[in-house]
Ligand binder design. Sequence first.
Ligand SMILES: Nc1ncnc2c1ncn2[C@@H]1O[C@H](COP(=O)(O)OP(=O)(O)OP(=O)(O)O)[C@@H](O)[C@H]1O
Ligand SMILES: [Mg+2]
Length: 751
Amino acid sequence: CHLVPGAMAYSARSNISDLVLLEKITEDEILKALKQRFKADQIYTYIGPVLLSVNPFKMINGMYSPSKIKDYQGKYIYEAAPHVYALAEDTYRQLKVDRVDQCVIISGESGSGKTEASKKLMQYIAATSGSSQGIQSVKNKILASNPLLEAFGNAKTVRNNNSSRFGKYMQIYFDLRNDPAGASIINYILEKSRVVCTAKDERNFHIFYQICTGLPMKEKQKYFIQDPKKFKYLTRSGCLKVDHMDDTRELKETLHGMHAIGMHQHEVEEVWSLISAVLWIGQVEFAPVTGDKSKVTNLDVVDKISTLLKVSKQAVTNALTSRHIQAGPGKAVLTYLDVEKAEYTRDALAKVIYSRLFDWIVRRLNVSLDLSHQTGSSKVDKKTASKIGVLDIFGFEIFKINSFEQFCINFVNEKLQQVFIEKTLKSEQDEYKSEGIKWVPVKYFNNKIVCDLIEKKPNGILKYLDDECVLPKGTDKTFYDKLVNVSFFRNHKHFAIPDVKEQGRGKNYKPSFILKHYAGDVKYCVAGFLDKNKDLTWKDLLDLGEESKLRIMDSMFPRGASSGMGSKRPPTIGTAFKKQVGQLMTALGSCQPHYIRCIKSNNQKRAAIFEDDLVLHQIKYLGLLENVRVRRAGFAFRETFTRFLKRYKMLEKSTWPQWEGSDVDGVVKVLKAMKSKHGDYELGKTKVFIKHPVTIFQLEEYRERKIHELVIKIQTVYRSWLARKHLLELRENSLGLFGRSKLRRTCSIRR
Ligand SMILES: Nc1ncnc2c1ncn2[C@@H]1O[C@H](COP(=O)(O)OP(=O)(O)OP(=O)(O)O)[C@@H](O)[C@H]1O
Ligand SMILES: [Mg+2]
């Protein structure tokens, strides 16, 4: 590494690249500092090791160039201007040096720049790790996974033109040489309701528009693809195009991703068939038939669906217009659907196909990225590999109408805030306490109370929702009435019921409740909560999927799954999500965390606009003020006496090479030798706490120098040993020569 001790830290101080160095710590001062930096195109700022990133909504010249990557290679975080590359370097270095698993938690509201940050991070690791053929192929696959997942899982929303409508935790595995050896992806609930219903000015998932505009004519004909304007699922929101987004070009990226992960031609073709089938399912229309039944009125559409799905026409019409209802164990009764129910079933079919296709793509990516499929030279398995996890999860969001999806999204964001609180604010302060370090506690809002309100039994909202889902007569309204009438909720500080006026009257009545999240108050409309939580996929739809002759449908709709239905109730979406979130928290808890906190500069998604109110609101709920306070009063570095001494004992004569005294005395000896005064550091019970980064830079620099000296010393000793050895060998050889020649002479005499 190229340490420039002190210098960088001081220059960093002069332009406040670390908010810890602010003279006055207030939210306004933080805002001012961020604004000043934003105007100078300095979008990154630190709070100690935490990286803040303010979305510039424009490409800043040279910001992510290959030479920029070089600028950060081998540097410590305080040695160069704040950057996502610096955080990536720090994360990667810690993995290499300590061989401890790392994770990067990227948080922030929708459109704040999380996905972009995660991509830059991966690009940095790819650019700075090994480049043998096997490794290069792994890296290509990892990078190719981004456009692929974005095509199928991202969409234009009013908040973000490329909004992630699913959560993603990617773990990159490293071999014993610290090169990427494989990866795995966990995905979190896809917002599948978007397939059939999109809010005004929003779009469906990108892939639909990509194939409608980008596929060659011949293929369009093969899959019955037509202009997006003609598909109902794409036109309802009145938005078909996204500024600065070229769907045809994006399709090329998607195809590149598909090829990079080794998708076979038949797989690509079947994916297009399924996407088209979803669009055509949306075209099906029904008319009433006597006796509360319905029939499909456009049978040509059914023809197309049956061709695309490789199922019989009859199977399609049956699945859309009738349903088997369980009437006891092993006994099902066929009922017919009226128009309204048939339309509901049609949309459910489109959603289940699309969401299972998305899951299939993630599974396919995982197969391709799996460690066992790589050809790299140093083989590792999941246990021996070290890993870096990157979490890019849907940001906290508040819409005009918020439904079950927002409830889940905002719940996981609450949990991530918890991790942040636990790992930075609370643990930092707890450590001072347990180590007996003098410390004035900093108050902060602990959002655990909101997490509990949502998930903790016996009273959590999710529990009430699940209970209502199993009641035969449970409806959104009965669920809502329970929430309103239970005193736990009525008296809860973070739960409220909007005014009657706001809930509407008569036909417009929309029962809703407010949750006071750490990031703001959100009004949730309960309509659809029960259905979305139950995620009803009835047997007839699964049967249709199982009947399909498309090969990829085999794993999307495994045979026999539908006949097993009814025996055991599957977990609700809410409960399954809660479990997944719990597992995510455990995974994050077992890693060394790094944080990128993304901030949205404006709501218009435009460059050079910095909306004070919007940013200030984020500063408040992200708890940046508390973060600065804890960090400022805290210490830049801490380490156990033992590890500190092991690393730096060569800096002091009496501790090198062997120190007989206690570790803590050894540490003090080293620090005194470095002319550190008491106050620059504190001694806890097991750890030494160092106040300023500059002290660490000095220690590191002297250590480097010392190692250099030692290397020279060892080289000198080695060389003189080598020379002596050579001399001895020469002498021995010359003796041998002499002996042999004597022998020959003797022989020749005898001859
Ligand atoms: N560092 C950056 N430099 C330039 N533009 C950026 C940067 N970060 C984000 N943007 C712009 O902002 C847009 C939104 O960013 P991004 O998709 O990363 O947000 P997000 O936080 O992932 O939102 P969501 O939660 O909706 O998925 C990007 O498409 C890009 O145009
Ligand atoms: Mg995103």
